[in-house]
Design a protein around this ligand. Structure first.
Ligand code: ADP
Ligand code: MG
Length: 698
């Protein structure tokens, strides 16, 4: 099959709808999808029927309401289309009710107290703005998969999609007000767009299966470094090995079938690390698709006797994985609101939207940081790795200079031919291409979009995009109100740009974000530097956050608070699993292996003595091993008692803090001992695959 035929072949997309739905029904549905018009109940039956016929023709036997609970992964429960018929047989049925609403037993999903167990009902509701598609498994089973929002009996959001849809609505509303005030009367909707770049590692399945830490924690809790790391920089953009290339090809096909625009693939910096980027789309669809990308990456890897690791830091000593969330605002008539224009008025509009983001990010840097908090991401943010935990915006020298001059009321002149000159008096020239890419910035303006680089590789991008949409909505709301009330919109717009730069310009930093000076400088500027998840998550419990999310109808107080607790609890659970995996490995694998070698050495000492040879080497090694074994045994006991104490703490936050300060610290001590042992014990006596096996035998 040709690629153009493969792409979207498993999607109930516009083309299919146009073909299968009566014209009037089709336009009514489009109205709902594109203009948020309410879904007409009479059309839902016809749509459901068409969907069913299409899916069955393609081999589907089941349908599922697919949703995104707060576990961070997706959930699905399959129902077959069958319904008993009067003659004792079956008919294939799928009603509008089954399309529009589902009622999964939701009692086992995290709800943070939003749903008492006696009222376990949760509902799923069809999100028609993200197309339904077919999921195929390796054995050819096909399921009609319907993207849905998941909420409680009282209408409280229990998932990641509901707030995302709410935030898209808020940002559209206020962006439109700003556009209107600036004289744009043609756009009728603004969508936020995202194009995530997904990093991941591949490891041979047989090695993975021999490591309890990889299986349960997704990362190596132990492991001495291999002789070679990433220092030769020979992996980044290097030629892709056939085995990996085969995998990537299969992955692409699976993604393309589901209408996911897998575009770029390449080797990443660390050995056995790779990246896949999709072409941007609405933040809602991008989130759905990114979840499917992660799921499909893992599924296809298994087929190739590989395992895909999405953890932020699978290996110590080499780069971890992140997700770059490229974000912008797009009108329904195709204007990218973060794209500099060709005319003075377009550039004024651009500078207004740019300023809105500057104000938003400076005000709510803590919230953005919180959306990237996870136990795994703690090994990137705030550890000795990129990006740092301090949020700042990279704007590029040219653009910063323009803002600087506007703020001082200075005239802007064109100095450089690469700029498009539009300057009438006080209106600036805007650099057309922002080639000066600063790879160290956590939040970089890259010419026509912002690239948010703090997101963890395993995380859903829903949270970060909810935050971006909401904080942008708030800033645009304020700007819109000012413009609407001003007599001279141009003068007011320029005053706004000026004021925002003066007040929030501190968030702009174009230098090296990895340097020690920046940490000091950021502190001087009063920018927060929150180095761990438990502290970062506290940003969800402030009055400022509550005011922001309530005002724009994203979260109620209860919803926000329940999320805060769920995420803090999740952190504790994660660290608890890691500690248990560590205990298991040390007890059942590492200490026995060290003992075996020690016994071998002790025997050898006796044999040497028997033939009157001096066993210097053996004695030396034996002493070293004995010291390390003693130390690891002591740290093992310490970990067991610390863990028992921590598990007994009732207060959710206190508990997470103790996991962070005590449990993580003891696991690290234990690692030191074990990694030292690994470097002494012979390879064939070491009970688990080493970094050399995991990273270089792909
Ligand atoms: P890189 O950052 O690696 O140089 P690109 O600049 O090509 O790569 O783009 C990276 C990602 O940014 C892609 O997923 C692309 O679709 C996305 N992107 C481009 N324009 C936009 C936009 N207006 N809104 C959101 N994402 C965008
Ligand atoms: Mg990028």
């Amino acid at each position: 099959m040709e690629l153009t035929q493969i792409f979207g072949s498993n999607v109930f997309n516009d083309k299919v709808m146009k073909k299968m739905l009566p014209k009037q029904i089709y336009s009514s549905l489009k109205e709902t999808i594109e203009r948020d018009a309410p879904l007409r109940p009479d059309i839902a039956d016809i749509v459901a029927n068409a969907m069913k016929d299409w899916a069955i023709a393609k081999g589907a036997t089941h349908y599922t309401h697919w949703f995104q609970p707060l576990t961070g992964i997706t959930a699905e429960k399959h129902d077959s289309f069958i319904s008993p018929s009067e003659d004792g047989g079956i008919i294939m049925e799928f009603s509008s009710k089954q399309l529009i609403q589902g009622e999964p037993d939701a009692s086992s999903f995290p709800s943070g107290g939003l749903r008492a167990t006696f009222e376990a009902r949760g509902y799923t509701a069809w999100d028609c703005t993200s197309p339904a598609f077919l999921k195929e498994d390796d054995n050819g089973n096909v399921t009609l998969t319907i993207p849905t929002a998941f909420y409680s009996y009282n209408g409280e959001a229990l998932d990641k999609k509901t707030p995302l849809l709410r935030s898209m609505k808020a940002v559209s509303r206020h962006a439109l007000r700003v556009l209107k005030a600036l004289g744009n009367n043609t756009s009728t909707k603004v969508v936020s767009t995202a194009g995530p770049e997904q990093e991941y590692f591949l490891v041979d399945k047989k090695y993975f299966m021999e490591r309890i830490d990889l299986m349960f924690a997704g990362r190596t809790i132990f492991g001495a470094p291999a002789p070679k790391g990433q220092e030769l920089e020979d992996q980044y953009f290097g030629a892709i090995k056939d085995r990996v290339s085969d995998y990537m090809h299969d992955l692409d096909i699976e993604l393309w079938k589901m209408g996911i625009t897998s575009k770029t693939k390449h080797n990443e910096v660390a050995p056995a690390q790779f990246e896949l980027a999709t072409i941007f789309t609405t933040t809602n669809i991008a989130t759905d698709h990114n979840q499917l990308v992660m799921e499909t990456m893992q599924k296809v890897a298994f087929r190739h006797n590989l395992v895909c690791l999405l953890h932020e830091k699978p290996y110590a000593g080499i780069n971890g994985s992140g997700k770059h969330n490229n974000w912008s605002l797009l009108t329904n008539d195709g204007i990218n609101l973060l794209e500099p224009g060709n005319t003075p008025s377009e550039n004024l509009q651009f500078l207004i939207f740019l300023s809105a983001l500057i104000a938003a990010v400076d005000r709510h840097a803590d919230i953005l940081r919180a959306t990237c908090a996870s136990a795994g991401n703690d090994y990137r943010l705030g550890a000795n790795e990129a990006p740092p935990a301090i949020i700042s915006i990279f704007m590029g020298e040219e653009l910063t200079e323009i803002l600087e001059k506007i703020s001082k009321g200075e005239k802007i002149s064109s100095k450089d031919a690469q700029y498009v000159r539009v300057g009438v008096d006080t209106l600036p020239v805007i650099p057309r291409d922002n080639t000066d890419r600063n790879r160290t910035s956590p939040f970089a303006f890259t010419g026509n979009k912002f690239e948010y680089r703090m997101v963890g590789s395993a995380q859903s991008i829903a949270g970060p995009n909810v935050a971006l949409n909401t904080i942008a909505a708030e800033a645009l709301d304020e700007i819109a109100t000012r413009l609407e009330n001003a007599d001279n919109k141009n003068t007011e717009a320029q005053a706004i740009i000026k004021e925002i730069y003066k007040k929030h310009g501190r968030i702009i930093f174009n230098g090296n974000n990895y340097s020690g000076e920046w940490i000091k400088e950021a502190e001087k500027r009063g920018l927060p530097n929150v180095k761990n998840s438990v502290d970062a998550l506290k940003a969800f419990s402030t009055d400022k956050a509550l005011k922001l999310f309530e005002k724009h109808d994203i979260f109620t107080h209860k919803e926000l608070h329940s999320r805060y607790e769920i995420y803090v609890e999740h952190y504790s659970k994660q660290v608890n699993i890691e500690a248990l995996a560590a205990i298991d490995m040390v007890k059942k694998q590492f200490i026995p292996a060290a003992l075996e070698y020690a016994t071998f050495l002790a025997d050898s000492v006796m044999s040497f003595n028997a033939v009157s040879l001096t066993p210097t080497v053996q004695e030396n090694l034996l002493k070293k091993i004995n010291i390390l074994m003693t130390s690891s045994y002591k740290n093992l006991s310490r970990l067991e008692s610390t863990l028992a104490k921590t598990q007994g703490i009732n207060d959710v936050v206190k508990k997470a803090e103790t996991y962070r300060d005590e449990v993580v610290a003891v696991v690290q001590l234990l690692r030191k001992d074990i990694d030292s042992l690994e470097s002494i014990v012979p390879r064939d006596m070491w009970p688990v695959p080493t970094y050399t096996d995991l990273l270089f035998k792909l």
